[in-house]
Design a protein. Structure first.
Length: 278
């Protein structure tokens, strides 16, 4: 039987083996099973997709217990390692982040994303020292449980368009260095698609670099050649699935037809995939 520690070690190795780690983010058990069936070596959750599926907006609005319940259901339903997007940690303090991390490990996941966005009247980033303290608390909580948790420290300088464009690269690298010193395993920089910038980040971060991909981003093979270790698609698959739901409903209530429902996946296939799984 594979232990949680074994899965954590495996998940870490997927960032360092030479092949880019591709993550098609899931938001519920069925999407996780479909992604695993497609050949995924690991499953990552999307905080936005999870929040939407549970009736909440994204952005630190979903409560910790409901998020962790979904993580536990997902981890129980797949054989590959699971990493959880825990937004800002579902807590206002480092101690609270540590409590969240303990819950993630108890739920059976072996990785987390922790972002440095600070939500309030105006979108901003947490002070570097404050975010570093939160990462340190996460690391210490995992170490105390004997699990080498993969902490993917998200730097939102580009995503939130913080500061002058000419300063963003150095600001990102400075934050990345501080987060790695605090105990992060790798660095996630969403909001970047320019190959030159991605290459500079990969060279400057000094740890596995994760970027967010989707329409308009270079293909995964090109990102790997630029030095990217991990490519994730975030909420994009969930958005596409909900787009089909809206399109099918609009067609039904409009023309009264069903063309949007045509596809290459049917009831029996999904039902069979889910048989006997959590």
């Amino acid at each position: 039987m594979t232990t949680l520690r074994d899965k954590a070690v495996l998940f870490d190795s997927l960032h360092r083996g030479g092949d880019v780690l591709l993550l098609a983010n899931a938001w519920d058990v069925a999407s996780a099973r479909l992604i695993e069936e497609a050949g995924a070596t690991a499953i990552a959750t999307t905080s936005a997709g999870v929040a939407w599926s549970l009736g909440s907006p994204d952005g630190d609005r979903l409560d910790r217990d409901r998020a962790l319940d979904l993580v536990a259901r997902t981890a129980a339903a797949v054989d590959v390692p699971v990493t959880a997007d825990i937004e800002s940690g579902f807590a206002g303090t480092p101690e609270g982040v540590a409590e969240t991390v303990r819950g993630v490990l108890e739920a059976g996941a072996v990785g987390v994303n922790i972002e440095d966005t600070l939500r309030g009247e105006m979108l901003s980033l947490r002070p570097v020292e404050e975010q570093a303290a939160r990462i340190t608390a996460a690391r210490q909580a995992a170490d105390a449980m004997g699990i080498p948790l993969y902490i993917n420290a998200r730097v939102d300088v580009y995503l939130s368009r913080i500061g002058d464009p000419g300063t963003r690269l150095q600001a990102t690298l400075d934050r990345a260095a501080a987060y790695l010193d605090a105990g992060a395993s790798g660095v996630f920089v969403p909001g970047v698609t320019d190959p030159a910038t991605i290459s500079s980040l990969a060279k400057g971060v000094g740890a596995p670099l994760n970027v967010l991909a989707g329409p308009g981003a270079p293909p995964a093979g090109e990102l790997a050649a630029l030095g990217v270790a991990r490519v994730s698609v975030g909420a994009s698959i969930a958005v596409a699935a909900y787009a089909v739901a809206r399109r099918a409903a609009q067609e039904l209530f409009g023309a009264g037809t069903y063309e949007a429902l045509a596809g290459d996946l049917d009831f029996v296939q999904i039902n069979t995939l889910m048989s006997g799984r959590g």
